[in-house]
Each structure stands twice: as structure tokens, then as C-alpha cells.
Design a protein around this ligand. Structure first.
Ligand SMILES: Nc1ncnc2c1ncn2[C@@H]1O[C@H](COP(=O)(O)OP(=O)(O)O)[C@@H](O)[C@H]1O
Ligand SMILES: N[C@@H](CCC(=O)OP(=O)(O)O)C(=O)O
Length: 392
């Protein structure tokens, strides 16, 4: 079980962190609060600088809030087309503000606009995952918002609290930091009850915890505290800790990572899967098998390499791009499971060939690897669970 006795140690073990910033933090009297964006980016730059190997993904709200002021609307748009148009006006300014703020640290940022449909389809899920992994490996900061322009009810995340929990699962994050305009989760809505008390740690999102949070957001937010608690429930189910913390407090991120007692920490009770194994634990059953030669087995088991077509002997089953597939050695032992970059019929054509030949053989090339290492977990690792925090 994880514990918070040594908060500093707990937070310092979190290498891959999703930071969600709510409209409540980013909205000021003149629209987008650029000072807030600068304060947060200064801290994120320092957080990344302090230790090599740390990675941050930002999920940012604020497009609608920013658009409202730009257009000069007197109130929040009510209809979906009005919200979408307002977000389209505000998103550019939101992104430009983050980009400008990280520019002084020579940190590049990338914009990703997603809908829940993008993560529901294997093909798109894999692309979103590959894009995020590539950006992180290049040291570029992904900055994500829901793609408000195209969302209709059925493909909405609902709000960025849900989106941040799903992104955390997608990339196997070690922690989600949810920055909002309260100190954390109170035992009842602090707007309605001035004696509401802050809850420091939650291990399980049960009816009692759900009853603390109301769905009414502040004047600029969406979903209110209830959506944050529901997002925390998703995170806990994947073994990922989440903290709700006051985003407007000075040096909030640095103080959290220094171990200061702040916010409400949602801490998984069960032992957690290490980092990127989280997503694998949530994968559907393997859709097929790839039988590998001894060289490929060695490359995967011992050298931490990706799977290339040249090492594949046999393809079993019919599956599409993004499907989870098992890798077996020639004796039938499971080497591991990963997501395939090619359809089974395509692998049939490229197996045993060098990656340079892929395009000639099937008419296009997605990548040199049939399974990228980032999307692969060894059989031994799948069983293994760890005590303590991530990377313990
Ligand atoms: N039990 C609770 N504890 C803390 N805040 C609560 C609670 N219930 C409701 N709230 C309200 O939820 C609001 C945060 O939700 P929201 O406005 O959606 O923020 P954000 O824009 O950061 O996503 C706070 O302003 C707070 O007043
Ligand atoms: N996509 C919307 C944010 C929606 C949302 O979830 O807002 P919030 O509750 O403030 O995190 C925007 O950029 O305005």
C-alpha cells in the first residue's frame, strides 16, 4: 500500500505527471489570466529542471473563458454552437499564452485537441498515445484541451477533469495534479457552509465522498467538484494517485513536490502498477499472436528494443491497427503484450523482412516497428506489482 508519511519522497517519485488547470484558475477579470499562466509555467520549468527524466503533460481549460472576453460577451454562452464558437476564438489565445510563457525557458509546446471518441477507437488511441510518447521523448510539453469545436454530447469527455484522468491512464502517468480555485475537497460545499473542513487524504471514492461534492461549478468552470471526484475515482481504479490543489496559491506546484501538506490527495489503496503498466492492465484481451524468432525475443526481453518485422515468424488471428497482441517465442511462451502498428494481413506480408522494405511490400510505412517499445510490456512485468509509489 502507498503511504503519504514521507510526502516529499512520495511526490519526488512521480516522474510522469499530468497537470490539469481549470478555468477557475486561469480566468481573471480581463479574460485569460496570463500572470497565472506565467506563474505555473515558471514552476513547471523549474520542476523539469530540478531532475532529469521528469515529464509533464498539461491539460488546460480556459478556451471558452478566454473567448468570452475577447468577443465581449456579457455572459457564458448557453447553446452548444455558441460555446464551440467561443472556444474557437479563445483556444488560440490560450495556446499562445502557454507557448509564450514556456518560450523563455526554451521549452517547446505542442497542442493536442481531443474528443473522447479519439480515445475510444483503438486506432486513434494508439495514435494519440504514440504522439504523446514521441513528444515526451523529444522533451516537448504536450498541452491538451477538449476539442470543443467538434464535440457533440456523445463524444464529449464532459469536462477536462475526465480528460486528464483518461490521459493519465493512456500514458501510464504517476500522478495527476488537478489545480482549481479551492484548497481541495471539503466535506461539504464551502460556498454553502462556512464550517466545511478540508479532507487531506482519500483512499476510496465511496458514496460518502461523492456526497461531499456538488456538481455546480464556479462562475467559469464546468462540472464542479463532483467531476473532479469522479475523475479521481477513475485514477484510483487505474492505480494512479490524484491531488486536488489550490492553483492560485503562490508556488503551489513546487511546494507540493517539496512535500508541503496541501490539497486533497486521492491515494490508491491497492498496490499500483508501475507507470506505463497501468494502461496495459486496462487493455482488452489480446486479439492475436505474433510468433518471434530467437533474435527478436532477445531484443525484447534483454535489450529493451522494439519489435521489427524481420523478427516475426508467424501471425495468428485477425486484428487491426492498435490491437493488443501477444508476442510468443517459438516454444509458445508468452514474451509480452503490445499494441500493433499494423494490421494482421500487413504483418503477414512484411514478416521476416527488413523495415526498409515495408513501403514496397504494403504500399505505405507507418513506422519501422511493428510494436514500439513504448507500447509493449514484458510478461514478467505484467505480473509484478510494487509496494510504495511509482518507480519504487
Ligand atoms: N465539497 C467541495 N469541496 C470543494 N469545492 C467544492 C465542493 N463542492 C463544490 N465545490 C466547488 O467546486 C468549484 C470548483 O469546480 P469548477 O468551477 O468546475 O472548477 P475548475 O474550473 O477548476 O474545473 C469550487 O469553486 C467550489 O466552490
Ligand atoms: N474545454 C473548455 C473547458 C471545459 C472544462 O472542463 O472547464 P473546467 O471545469 O474549468 O476545467 C475550455 O477550454 O473552456
Amino acid at each position: 500500500m502507498q503511504d503519504l508519511q514521507d510526502r516529499k519522497k512520495f511526490f519526488s517519485r512521480c516522474r510522469r505527471v499530468v497537470i490539469k488547470v481549470g478555468s477557475a484558475v486561469l480566468t481573471g477579470p480581463r479574460g485569460l489570466n496570463r500572470v497565472m499562466i506565467h506563474r505555473l509555467s515558471d514552476q513547471i520549468a523549474e520542476f523539469l529542471e530540478r531532475e532529469r527524466g521528469r515529464e509533464v503533460v498539461i491539460v488546460t481549460s480556459g478556451a471558452v473563458a478566454s473567448g468570452i472576453r475577447k468577443i465581449g460577451l456579457s455572459e457564458r454562452p448557453r447553446t452548444i454552437p455558441h460555446k464551440q464558437a467561443t472556444a474557437a476564438v479563445g483556444q488560440g489565445a490560450l495556446m499562445e499564452a502557454w507557448e509564450g510563457a514556456f518560450d523563455k525557458y526554451d521549452l517547446l509546446v505542442a497542442q493536442l485537441l481531443l474528443t473522447s471518441e479519439d480515445l475510444a477507437h483503438r486506432h486513434r488511441y494508439l495514435n494519440a498515445r504514440n504522439t504523446l510518447e514521441t513528444l515526451l521523448s523529444w522533451g516537448i510539453l504536450p498541452i491538451i484541451n477538449e476539442n470543443d469545436t467538434v464535440v457533440v454530447e456523445e463524444i464529449k469527455f464532459g469536462d477536462n477533469d475526465q480528460l486528464s484522468a483518461m490521459i493519465a491512464g493512456l500514458i501510464g502517468a504517476d500522478l495527476v495534479v488537478n489545480l482549481t480555485d479551492t484548497q481541495g475537497l471539503y466535506d461539504c460545499d464551502p460556498r454553502l457552509n462556512s464550517s466545511a473542513g478540508l479532507i487531506p487524504v482519500v483512499h476510496r471514492v465511496d458514496a460518502k465522498i461523492l456526497a461531499c461534492a456538488t456538481p455546480q461549478p464556479g462562475s467559469v468552470g464546468t462540472g464542479g467538484m463532483l467531476s473532479k471526484v469522479n475523475a479521481a475515482r477513475k485514477c484510483l481504479a487505474s492505480g494512479i494517485p490524484m491531488i486536488i490543489a489550490p492553483g492560485r496559491e503562490r508556488d503551489i506546484l513546487l511546494r507540493l513536490f517539496d512535500g508541503e501538506m496541501l490539497g486533497t490527495v486521492f491515494l490508491p489503496r491497492k498496490r499500483v502498477y508501475q507507470g506505463r503498466k497501468v494502461w496495459l492492465a486496462n487493455l482488452p484481451k489480446p486479439a492475436g499472436d505474433l510468433v518471434l524468432d530467437a533474435g527478436a525475443v532477445l531484443a525484447l526481453r534483454k535489450k529493451g528494443k522494439s519489435l521489427l518485422p524481420i523478427g516475426i515468424r508467424e501471425v495468428r488471428g485477425t486484428f487491426g491497427v492498435g490491437s493488443p497482441v501477444r508476442c510468443l517465442d517459438e516454444a509458445g511462451n508468452v514474451v509480452g503484450v503490445g499494441l500493433s502498428n499494423y494490421r494482421s494481413a500487413e504483418i503477414e506480408s512484411i514478416k521476416g523482412h527488413r523495415s526498409e522494405e515495408i513501403e514496397t511490400l504494403i504500399g505505405y510505412k507507418h513506422s519501422d516497428e511493428v510494436i514500439h517499445r513504448n507500447n509493449f510490456v514484458l510478461a514478467g512485468e505484467m505480473m509484478e506489482e510494487t509496494d510504495g509509489g511509482p518507480d519504487a
